[in-house]
Design a protein. Structure first.
Length: 385
């Protein structure tokens, strides 16, 4: 089974996960409290591929609770300045001494120091910052490793890998001593770091960015007053009280109850009654729950699914000759294919087939919903006039 919740581009757009405009509100903009640019990319990666395995979701929930309970410890993560400049140093095109013998290296180091002041200063600064970063991370990992593994959740394997990487000879030798002072010490440290330790250090930075992304989700959950969902077993279900959309100001909470016995929720009402907002709120809560973070509700209990599909903001495509109605039909086909594939699915459709006349829309919607309602492993929320 795929370990990620499947989301296509249309669903990501319907939920405003990333938004098409940098200035527009989006879930990413709301969630992003990262300190580093790498953390932002790690957060984007998590938001593109939420989890669907209950064990992974629960482990992330435990990790976010741990971060909230021990928030001060995570202040020890490297700053954006430190992480960014160490990454620049490791990836920069700089000369490197390759002599290994003591005498050969000593002569080469002296020549380099006296003749290449520009490059030497960059190398010396990079070594100094890397020493600081490694020392900080050793304290950070040692501090967190004292906590029981049951409290760490998804943090445990990251901390274990970080400690393992920092204990490698090319890295541990640097951190286990004082910062290099003399020019030959700095050049020898640079030799270890960029010739033998570069791959290790780049992975260390990737772990730093993963921690940064998880701290961002934990901070969002706390700052926004989101509630951590309960994960249930069995057939797909979503039960919520006081459910709101996190991007809607002064929203009114609503309930939601859909499960194996009541697989379809059918909403009806006039325009501007809030049907579409309700659909987005439910889909957004399901999405956030699969990220392992809190949701904008008083309470939510759900069974993880493998696919989330929305049919809300449809558009025609003149270049490809796809009319509005055909775009709707293709979207319904996507839902039908998911059912045929036996994939557990939550699907939301806003006024299906509104691209045709009222009678045809009614007949088509009725026929589709009758068949969809027979899918035992899927849940559907549909709105119409």
């Amino acid at each position: 089974m795929d370990s990620c919740l499947h989301l296509d581009a249309a669903t990501l757009a319907d939920l405003d996960v990333f938004g098409g405009d940098a200035e527009a509100d989006s879930l990413f903009k709301l969630f992003n409290r990262c300190r580093t640019a790498g953390g932002e990319e790690a957060l984007r990666a998590r938001m593109r591929a939420p989890m669907c395995d209950p064990r992974d979701i629960q482990a992330t929930q435990i990790a976010l609770r741990c971060i909230s309970a021990h928030r001060q410890r995570f202040s020890g993560l490297p700053s954006a300045y430190l992480a960014q400049n160490v990454e620049r140093y490791l990836t920069a095109v700089l000369p490197t001494l390759r002599q290994t013998g003591r005498i050969e290296f000593t002569f080469a180091a002296f020549a380099f120091w006296t003749n290449d002041e520009h490059f030497f200063s960059k190398i010396a600064r990079g070594v100094q910052l890397t020493h600081r970063l490694v020392a900080n991370l050793q304290r950070f990992a040692s501090d967190l490793s004292k906590l029981p593994e049951t409290q760490l959740g998804a943090l445990a394997p990251l901390i274990g890998e970080l400690e393992s990487l920092l204990s490698r000879q090319s890295i541990a030798a640097l951190a286990g001593s004082a910062a290099p002072k003399w020019y030959w010490q700095k050049l020898r440290a640079d030799q270890h770091l960029r010739l033998t330790g570069k791959r290790t250090l780049m992975r260390v930075l990737e772990l730093v960015y993963e921690f940064d992304a998880m701290v961002s989700l934990a901070d969002t959950t706390d700052d926004c007053g989101f509630v951590m969902p309960t994960i249930a077993d069995g057939a797909p279900s979503v039960t919520a009280q006081g459910l709101k959309h996190p991007l809607v100001v002064d929203a009114v909470g609503n309930g939601c109850e859909v499960d194996a016995e009541r697989r379809v929720i059918f909403l009806t009402g006039p325009n501007m009654a809030g049907k579409t907002t309700y659909l987005r709120a439910v889909a957004t809560a399901v999405y956030m729950a699969h990220l392992g973070m809190g949701v904008c509700a008083q309470a939510l209990c759900f069974v993880p699914v493998q696919r989330l599909i929305t049919c809300i903001s449809m558009a025609d495509d003149l270049q490809d000759g796809v009319s509005y109605f055909r775009a709707e039909a293709l979207r319904v086909k996507t839902v039908a294919q998911s059912i045929a594939d036996g994939v557990t699915t939550v699907a939301l459709m806003d006024e299906p087939f509104k691209g045709t006349n009222v009678k045809d829309a009614y007949d088509a919607s009725l026929a589709v919903l009758r068949r969809f309602a027979q899918a035992e492993r899927c849940l559907f929320l549909v709105s119409s006039h």
